[in-house]
Design a protein around this ligand. Structure first.
Ligand SMILES: Cc1cc2nc3c(=O)[nH]c(=O)nc-3n(C[C@H](O)[C@H](O)[C@H](O)COP(=O)(O)OP(=O)(O)OC[C@H]3O[C@@H](n4cnc5c(N)ncnc54)[C@H](O)[C@@H]3O)c2cc1C
Length: 451
């Protein structure tokens, strides 16, 4: 019999697995990471000994609970870590584990693939020493390393303050935090943010802690360029008073997160434009059912909602799946989860208002800025294709190869869409959706294929 498969052992995937096991279903749980936990509760290598409080701060209790859950489920699951899903189609997934490719047929699948940083490039962003905010956090959380000795954090979104705080708390030198959102945006977002007072309090704490420890925090500013020859040596930022230089040897930057939607796309899910996430997202009902009968969606991979919501959405999707295969599921738990998810959604709307998208980014980006580093496509190359009359993103890709390289648009897709929209004077929702292509992540040459 074909198994139920879950892709992603983060908060969403683990809670989905737990729910299935609790009803007597033994799912296959696939994750490309070595240890379950996902991004927020990423675990350190087995021989590292930092305490959960050191690693996860206020979230240590939740991290412990999730790790204990997956550890306790080990025997009741077919858990396959270090297994990348690189393609999906017609009831089957293509996987890669230790250099071996294999095909796994499924009866139903829960896609819980999480998110990555949304990158809006600036001049100099490809220099060694420049990281995304998430990558800077991974270096610290996973390996206990800082990305440099004098680090600037820039961009926007909740991770900006959190990662700057984590670095400073761990003893790294944080030179400054450059937030592109103005303070007025954060003040006006308060009513929505107050729907989750505990989460809001943590955000305020991180921000205040940085200021109290003498770390300059500038709001409503733009990161203009990152300077250096062999690696980062300084950067320039600007506000209404003009441009200023800042010495540093590393920069971490991003503007919020973007959902990992490629597998949902390859599985045939319908997508709709989501103005809150400023992205195309796979359609799902309130229980996590996609437009394809066998496919369920949960967590940040279906829209950025945060870790608590991911846990709930994972459980909710698993309950929907169980119901669909004939289990009698009392409706109360599903309704409770949906109500709680609704409350988090109100908070999310507040967050998007607090950390506003920098609308001027596309217009202000110089022609020579590299947008697609895999295929070396610059902003000017994309604009040239638009001037030749193409504005649908897949056509633009065909003409200049933006999004055609190893990352398959996971890094550059959002930025390319903004440039195309701005140059063609269309809304970003009107230039189409970059279609996913397999392999969604790079594969080694000479793969051994198991039959
Ligand atoms: C780098 C990063 C750091 C973050 N840090 C924080 C933080 O400190 N605090 C916070 O509140 N929020 C943080 N977030 C947001 C937070 O990760 C999410 O809200 C939460 O983890 C979502 O849970 P999830 O289960 O949906 O996805 P995730 O936790 O992202 O889990 C998804 C899992 O799917 C796996 N996966 C993805 N694609 C594939 C594939 N093709 N094949 C196999 N496996 C795959 C991944 O390895 C991962 O383990 C971070 C996000 C990122 C991207």
């Amino acid at each position: 019999m074909k198994p139920v498969v879950i892709i992603g052992a983060g908060p969403a995937g683990i809670r989905a697995a737990q729910t299935l096991v609790a009803h007597g279903v033994r799912p296959v749980l696939l994750d490309e990471a070595a240890r379950g936990g996902g991004q927020i509760y990423r675990r350190q290598p087995a021989n590292f000994k930092r305490s959960p409080v050191k690693l996860y701060g206020f979230e240590a209790g939740k991290a412990n609970a999730l790790h204990q859950t997956i550890d306790a489920l080990r025997e009741q699951l077919d858990y396959r870590p270090e297994t990348l899903v690189w393609n999906a189609e017609d009831g089957a997934l293509d996987t890669l584990h230790e250099g071996h490719a294999a095909r796994l047929a499924f009866s139903r699948v829960i896609v819980a693939t999480g998110a990555t940083d949304r990158i809006l490039p600036v001049p100099g962003w490809t220099l060694p020493g420049v990281y995304s905010l998430g990558a800077a956090q991974i270096a610290l959380k996973f390996q206990g390393c800082a990305i440099g000795e004098r680090v600037v954090f820039a961009g926007s979104g909740p991770l900006l303050y959190l990662v700057a705080y984590q670095y400073a708390k761990a003893g790294a030198k944080v030179v400054a935090v450059l937030d592109s959102s103005p303070f007025s945006a954060q003040a006006s977002a308060l009513p929505g943010l107050l729907s989750q007072p505990a989460t809001l309090a943590k955000g305020i704490y991180y921000r205040s802690w940085l200021t109290a420890h003498g770390i300059p925090v500038h709001q409503g500013v733009s990161l203009k360029r990152i300077n250096g020859e062999q690696r980062v040596q300084s950067l320039n930022w600007s506000n209404s008073k003009g441009e200023q230089p800042l010495d540093c040897d590393a920069v971490a930057f991003a503007h919020g997160l973007r959902s990992e939607t490629q597998l949902a796309d390859l599985l045939g899910c319908e997508f709709t434009w989501n103005p809150l996430n400023r992205a195309w997202l796979p359609q799902r009902d309130s229980a996590g059912r996609s437009s394809v009968a066998e496919v369920y969606l949960a967590g940040d991979g279906a829209g950025i909602m945060g870790a608590d919501a991911a846990e709930m959405a994972g459980e909710r999707a698993a309950l929907a799946l169980l119901e669909d295969i004939g289990y009698l599921i009392p409706p109360q738990r599903g309704a409770q989860l949906e109500q709680a998810l609704g409350r988090i959604d109100t908070f999310r709307q507040g967050l998007e208002r607090a950390f506003v998208f920098p609308e001027r980014w596309a217009a202000d980006t110089p022609n020579d800025v590299m947008i697609c580093r895999c295929e070396e496509v610059r902003a000017g190359d994309i604009r040239q294709v638009v001037r030749e009359g193409h504005w649908e993103i897949n056509r633009v890709k065909a003409h200049c190869r933006v999004g055609m390289g190893r990352c398959q648009g996971r890094m550059c897709g959002a930025a390319a869409a903004e440039i195309i929209a701005c140059e063609s004077q269309r809304c970003v929702s009107d230039i189409g959706r970059l279609r996913a292509q397999a392999p969604i992540k790079p594969l080694p040459f000479g793969l051994e294929v198991e039959s």
